[in-house]
Design a protein around this ligand. Structure first.
Ligand SMILES: [Mg+2]
Length: 327
């Protein structure tokens, strides 16, 4: 027992995995390096003494989520880790450890053999892991004749305030969002900045009722939060903070920038449901580096609505990316 945590990579007879393990041994942040590849069957994690354990997992696949011919694998690695940490942020959980499972293509892709590709993926993950203090604590590596798949499981711990869920919203809560939305496909989706620090700070300093991260589209994700909370929601399109990329994309495809902000998804910003007085205090203080904007509120009456500039309320289609669509 040498240290608080005991990461472990599942062993296999692949020399690929052996080579990757020795690279990881040299290159993982110090917190995890000492015990990588100890050869045990599972990792033992400390640090959860009085906290709840929050677990999330997410998989990215070449050809569906990215094209290696077009994208630097470091950005793919960064994204694969970032989307998982964004889900922990949505629960206001502090990231503790992640487990990385790779299925690597046997044939070289973009001029990179499997080992080099794996190392580049990790080179994308390590800086983000270090920045947010999360340990890359284990995983599994295989290869096959198919495309690259990367699956990460992230473990976090709840703070004294407990987890932030989708289901705690109440009618009258103000809907606040971090950052700017829309047009992420132009590149921001790869460079996801999970709002972990922001979520922890806000959860500690303000009364938050519910939260979700925007993965599939603002309208769709807000409707999920509202539904889980047993209420409705109204968004004010005129107040949604629009990313420059949403405007650029709109100029290309003729859709409005607001449409892009409502439906594009992969913004990985946080939507929070906050009681009115707390929301006012939070908006005044702007306690995080990223700006926070009011974009609507939760309603007694179910369904998703939009409020026009003249105050009129119309139904809003919960557009967004559905993972099992027939595209
Ligand atoms: Mg999520």
């Amino acid at each position: 027992m040498n240290g608080r945590r005991h990461p472990v990579w599942k062993r296999s007879f692949l020399s690929l995995e052996k080579d990757l393990l020795s690279w990881l041994h040299e290159n993982l942040p110090a917190s995890g390096r000492h015990s990588v590849g100890l050869g045990d069957d599972a990792a033992v994690l400390g640090g959860f003494d009085r906290s709840g354990v929050v677990v999330t997992t997410d998989m990215l696949t070449e050809g569906v989520d990215f094209l290696l011919e077009e994208v630097d694998p470091r950005r793919v690695g960064h994204k694969a880790l970032g989307v998982n940490l964004s889900d922990l942020a949505a629960m206001a959980a502090e990231p503790v450890a992640v487990f990385v499972s790779l299925v690597l293509p046997r044939q070289a892709v973009g001029g990179r053999a499997a080992l080099e590709l794996a190392i580049e993926l990790y080179r994308g993950m390590i800086p983000l892991a270090e920045k947010l203090g999360v340990e890359i604590a284990g995983g599994d590596t295989n290869s096959w004749d198919g495309p690259l798949a990367i699956s990460i499981t992230a473990l976090g711990k709840t703070s004294e305030q407990g987890p932030l869920t989708r289901g705690g919203g109440r009618a009258g809560d103000q809907l606040l969002v971090t950052g700017e939305l829309g047009g992420s496909i132009l590149g921001r989706h790869l460079d996801v900045q999970p709002r972990v620090r922001e979520a922890l700070l806000l959860h500690e300093q303000f009364e938050l009722h519910a939260g979700i991260d925007i993965s599939d589209g603002l309208a769709l994700d807000v409707s999920r939060l509202a539904e889980a909370s047993g209420v409705g929601a109204v968004l004010v399109p005129g107040e949604i903070p629009i990313a420059a990329a949403a405007k650029r994309l709109g100029q290309r495809d003729g859709r409005s920038a607001v449409d892009h902000a409502l439906g594009d998804g992969e913004d990985f910003e946080l939507v929070l449901a906050v009681p009115p007085e707390e929301a006012a205090r939070l908006l005044r203080q702007q306690p995080t580096e990223v700006s926070i904007t009011r974009i609507g509120e939760l309603l007694e009456s179910p369904g998703l609505w939009q409020e026009k500039a003249n105050g009129e309320r119309l139904p809003l289609v919960a557009q967004g990316y559905e993972h099992w669509g027939d595209e």
